[in-house]
Design a protein. Structure first.
Length: 271
């Protein structure tokens, strides 16, 4: 009996000791709650908002069923047209690439020296060009390669070189029928050149005793009939070695009196 009482007392003391420990551990429960709440609030500020959902009622942004995103048919047709156009341009380029065309105005701007002199040198070289200047010791020659300076002790001979072409000259003196109000001048010209002369025209100038030009006029010759590439038809051409006649009628004033006359002949080269 005594022993039972002692055991019961020990058990009661052990239980009181456990209750005292639990009470000491949770002395300030409100402080623990405040610390957890602060930690929870800091985590909330780092959250990322959820994006808005798409409105399925917006049918304009949705492609119809079965319709492709790109219109391949029209794009392929445009590409095919461009390829055909480029193919045609390449064919034209290949056809005419061997036939360069140069504007006539550009050709006229290119100054080609008049190769009117033939200079033979002591070493056998022949220089073709135009003598533009000279002094006692040197010749200055303009050639197709540029300007040359040749000392005269190296020159054997200098000859005139004339480019092949028409050369129309008067045959004798024209016959003049003088009237008080006019003059009729009749004559003949000849082509002593190597090529045909086109649109040959003779020009007469009447002069006073004081060398004053009174009046001038011209007329085309009666030459060969020629049809040019441009479609123009003319009868004023003279072939090499052939002659053609002309007649100029000049109206003149009564005064001053005509003292003498001069004549000019003009022509062109046309294909």
């Amino acid at each position: 009996m005594y022993h039972r009482i002692i055991v019961t007392i020990l058990l009661i003391q052990f239980g009181l000791a456990q209750d005292t420990t639990t009470t000491n551990q949770i002395e300030d429960p409100f402080q623990i709650v405040e610390e957890d709440t602060a930690t929870f609030t800091a985590l909330d500020t780092t959250l990322i908002p959820i994006p808005e959902l798409r409105d399925d009622k917006d049918t304009l942004a949705i492609l119809p069923l079965g319709k492709p995103f790109f219109n391949y048919d029209s794009d392929i047709k445009n590409l095919q047209n461009q390829i055909d156009s480029l193919r045609a341009m390449v064919k034209v380029f290949e056809k005419y690439q061997g036939i360069p065309t140069v504007d006539e105005d550009i050709i006229n701007l290119i100054k080609v020296p008049n190769l009117q002199h033939r200079i033979e040198l002591t070493n056998g070289t022949v220089v073709l060009g135009e003598i533009i200047d000279e002094n006692a010791d040197e010749l200055f020659i303009q050639t197709t390669l540029g300007r040359l300076v040749i000392t005269k002790d190296k020159v054997i001979s200098v000859q005139e070189e004339r480019t092949p072409g028409p050369k129309v000259e008067m045959v004798g003196d024209p016959f003049v029928n003088a009237y008080p109000d006019r003059e009729e001048i009749i004559g003949t010209v000849i082509n002593n050149g190597e090529l045909r002369a086109d649109f040959v025209r003779t020009e007469a100038n009447l002069w006073s005793p004081t060398t004053q030009l009174i009046v001038k006029d011209s007329a085309f010759v009666d030459g060969n009939m020629i049809t040019y590439k441009s479609g123009v038809i003319s009868d004023t051409s003279i072939d090499p070695g052939q002659t053609a006649s002309f007649k100029i009628v000049i109206q003149k004033p009564l005064k001053p009196e005509v003292q003498y006359r001069t004549y000019d002949i003009r022509w062109t080269r046309t294909n």
